[in-house]
Every structure is written in C-alpha cells, then in structure tokens.
Design a protein around this ligand. Structure first.
Ligand code: FES
Length: 476
C-alpha cells in the first residue's frame, strides 16, 4: 500500500480544497461536507486545472433550483474552463452527453514531500482521463492512498444522451441591429432563471429536428432572466439564419440546449480582441468582463460596411480602445498594426469570417502557445475535404464494431448501428460530438480542436473526422 500524508483535517474546511503535488502531479484534495475527495487536477475534457476555480473552489451544488441543469442529487466539481461538471462520487461528467469514461491509473509514490501547488490557470494538454485516489481520515490526518484507485469507468448515464440541458425559451424581442443582422432576446417559457453562462458561451437553438444552430450569447451573464443572440442572414447558408430572420417571431417558443463555452476568457495581462462582422457577439461580454475586472483590453472590429456592423452604439462609450474598421472605408485589417509583436502575457481572441481567422492564425503562428483563441462559425476552408475511404470503428463501451462505409460519416454509421452520438453543427465547429479516442489515428477534419488536441489524437469529432488507421477505438 502506498500512503501519502497530504494535510491535516483542520487544514481543509468544508467546501474548501488544497492543491498538493504528488510525484510531480497536481492533485486537489477537497472537503465535501466532511467527505474527502482527491482528484488529479486535470479536466478530462481538455486538460485544464479541474480543481481550481473561483469563489467556491469549483464545488457547486446541483440541487440549487436555479442551477444550470437539474440532475440527480449530487455534489459536483465544475471545471473553470469549459464548465464541464463532474459528479465527485463517480467522476462522471454531467455535461458530456456521451458520459465520458473515467479512467484511473495506478501511481507509485517514491518520495513524500508535501508541497502546495500554486494555482496555474494555463491550459494543460494531457491524457483525457479523470483520475482520483481514496482519502482516509486517520486521527487528525488526511491520507491519500495512491494505490487504491477510484472507479475505472462510468456505468450508467447521468441524464438522457439526447437532452443535455435542454429548455424551452420564448422570444421576447426581435430587432434589426444592422444590415442583415437581427438581435433576439429570449426568456425561459416557465419564467425560471436561465442557466448560468460565462463570456464566450453559446447556445444550441433547435429550430427544427434537423436544424440546430449555435449562437453566441452577447448579453450580460449576470442577467439570469434574458439571453441575447445576434443572427446574421447568411446568403450562402444552409437555412438556419433564414429561418431565424424570416420565420421566428416575438412570442414563438424555441428549444435551446446549453450553454456551452468553447471560447472562454482566460487569465492574461492584456487582451486584444479581433472581431469580424457577427463575430462581435461573443466579444461583447468578454469586453464587459475585462472592464469589470480592470484588465487592459482593446478591440479591432471589422466589417464589410459600417451599416452592416451591429452593436456599434454599445461600443461607442469605450472610446479609443475600440477601433471600428469597415472594409469599404479602411480596407482589410492590418494585422501587424492590430496585433503588434509577439509578447508574453497577451491573449488574442478572434471571431468572425474564416478568412479573417485564417489570417490571424497565420500571423500568430509563432507566438507563444495558448496566446490565440478563435471561434469559427463555419468549417475552415478545405477542412472537410479529403478521401472518404472506409474503416472500422470499435465502440469500446458498447462492445460493438461498426463499419464506416466510403462516403459515410462516423456519426451516420454509428446511428445505423443504434449508437447515438449527439451532434449539432455536423461540420466540426461546435464540439458537441467530441469523442474520446482510445486507439487508432484519427484523420481530423474539424475546425474546433486546438492544434495540441489534434496532435494528441486523444479526441476527435466523428461528425466529420475520419481515420488514418484501418480501425479506430472510440469511447462509446
Ligand atoms: S457536431 Fe459540431 S463538431 Fe461535430
């Protein structure tokens, strides 16, 4: 038995946590009303520091009536990055409709120096596993036994796979905000508070069974009564924006899922926001948060014409920190001027048309890893191209092998075999279908995963991605 004294009981009050380092691994020791939990400080979704969060150290109580989702009575831990929540008793993710498999590994402790780890909010890449250890109370001591692992896999879904946090909302306002842009406000149809969200979050709006679109929340996160979205009419679109513009009216009820945040505001010394057109929507609440917390920021906002750029009136009070650059007046954005030289401590956020994001990515290619954060509304140019040869998918949890035929998507093949993978965008931009890869080499065709995530081959988006290897083993 490997035992490691990590703290005294009196060190960690109920609801508090302590971060220690065991063999170079950051581990959170949490006091959940006298029950102690030790989890490796890494979210299985994207490797973020799971045990560190804001005011309550990532502990939230899902029983709260105005909680973001209602599920079984449980204490949960919320990742501060993408707001994935995990049942502390089982390690099962509430937010992952595929019920992320929780894996654990044995750890041999060869030295036992207790060491408090300073919170590190940098995103860490790593294995997509949530690991944990047993904690026992011996007198006044908390003891982590690293040889006794927590459960190896989830056994039952926490909530139905096709209903991740769905609610019905009613449209309360609909206004034209610029040429081709309508702004819609939504309230819950039952009058209850809306789920919490943070700047950068989006909601899935279910316009019809086969018409689901993602729209960034652009209002005030503190307003639990109203969500605000902006929708650009896409002339070459697939019908979603036209439906919003032409069909939806005040008083209509629509189903929404989420919110989810794939574009969270990270800690930084300074922020540079680059928005193109409707890409301004997720940036607005980010700017408000920077203002509220006194962090330096500036925004360059481009668009085809001034009249096509929404929310200019909201940005006007910010004065010189906002550079409005309609293309017909200023030409293309000068990124050398906009972004400046590579430097530490800056976070660059870009949202807008694909060519703008491509150009910013190119400009920042040699900047420190993790500097640039982008969110695409459509697949990157050419991302979905390539051969569509057949391969096999082994569904590890279902113990099923499914042949993905030439030209068929993984999601389609799995659906035909009765294995449902939730999807939304269907083209690799939203992350709804993100799935853990246990073996094989995915052929990534998404526009969602980070370069590091793609290189790790630990996750993939089966709505559009395929396989380089004859067989892929997925955590399904
Ligand atoms: S459904 Fe959006 S990434 Fe796959």
């Amino acid at each position: 038995m490997t035992r490691y004294v990590v703290a005294r009981v009196s060190d960690i009050a109920p609801g508090e946590r302590k971060i220690v380092e065991l063999e170079g691994r950051s581990v959170g020791i949490l006091n959940v009303d006298g029950e102690y939990v030790a989890l490796v400080n890494r979210c299985p979704h994207a490797g973020a520091p799971l045990c560190e969060s804001g005011t309550v150290f990532g502990l939230s109580n899902a029983e709260q009536p105005d909680g973001p989702i209602s599920y079984e009575r449980a204490r949960s831990l919320r990742c501060p990055w993408h707001a994935w929540e995990f049942d502390l008793r089982t390690g099962v993710s509430f937010y992952d409709p595929r019920n992320t498999r929780v894996r654990s590994y044995p750890v041999e402790v060869v030295a036992a120096p207790e060491q408090v780890v300073e919170p590190d909010h940098g995103r860490r890449e790593g294995p997509l596993v949530l690991e944990g250890y047993d904690v026992t109370v011996e007198g006044d001591l908390l003891v982590v036994d690293t040889s006794r692992r927590r459960p190896g896999r989830s056994t039952s879904p926490v909530r139905p796979a096709d209903e991740p946090g769905e609610l019905t909302a009613v449209i309360t306002t609909k206004q034209t905000a610029a040429d081709g842009v309508v702004v819609i406000e939504l309230e819950r149809s039952d009058g209850a508070p809306l789920p919490v969200w943070s700047p950068g979050a989006h909601v899935d709006v279910i316009l019809a069974e086969d018409l689901v679109r993602q729209y960034s929340l652009s209002g005030n996160p503190a307003d639990r009564g109203t969500w605000r979205i902006g929708v650009l009419r896409e002339l070459q679109g697939r019908g979603g924006s036209a439906h919003v513009h032409d069909t939806l009216q005040i008083g209509d009820k629509i189903r929404c899922r989420g919110p989810r945040n794939n574009f969270p505001l990270v800690e930084a010394k300074e922020y540079v926001f680059v928005a193109g057109g409707i890409g301004i929507t997720p940036i607005l609440p980010m700017i408000a948060q920077c203002e509220a917390t006194g962090r330096p920021w500036r925004l360059v906002y481009g668009g085809r014409f001034r009249r096509s750029m929404a929310f200019l009136d909201e940005l006007e009070p910010y004065g010189a920190r906002v550079a409005v650059r309609p293309q017909d007046e200023f030409g293309l954005l000068d990124l050398a001027v906009t972004l400046g030289e590579s430097r530490d401590g800056v976070a660059v956020y870009c949202c807008g048309p694909g060519p703008l994001i491509d150009a910013v990515e190119q400009h920042c290619a040699s900047w420190p890893e993790g500097t640039l954060h982008v969110e695409r509304f459509r697949a990157a140019e050419g991302a979905l191209n390539g051969a569509k040869t057949a391969f096999d998918v082994v569904c590890d949890r279902s113990d099923t092998v499914v042949r993905v035929a030439e030209g068929q998507s993984v999601v389609e093949a799995l659906a035909a075999a009765g294995i449902h993978v939730p999807t939304s965008c269907g083209e690799g931009t939203c992350g709804t279908c993100e799935t853990v890869v246990l073996a094989g080499v995915p052929d990534h065709r998404d526009s969602f995963l980070s370069p590091q995530e793609r290189a790790s081959n630990e996750v993939m988006t089966p709505c559009c991605s395929r396989s380089h290897s004859p067989q892929l083993v997925l955590d399904l």
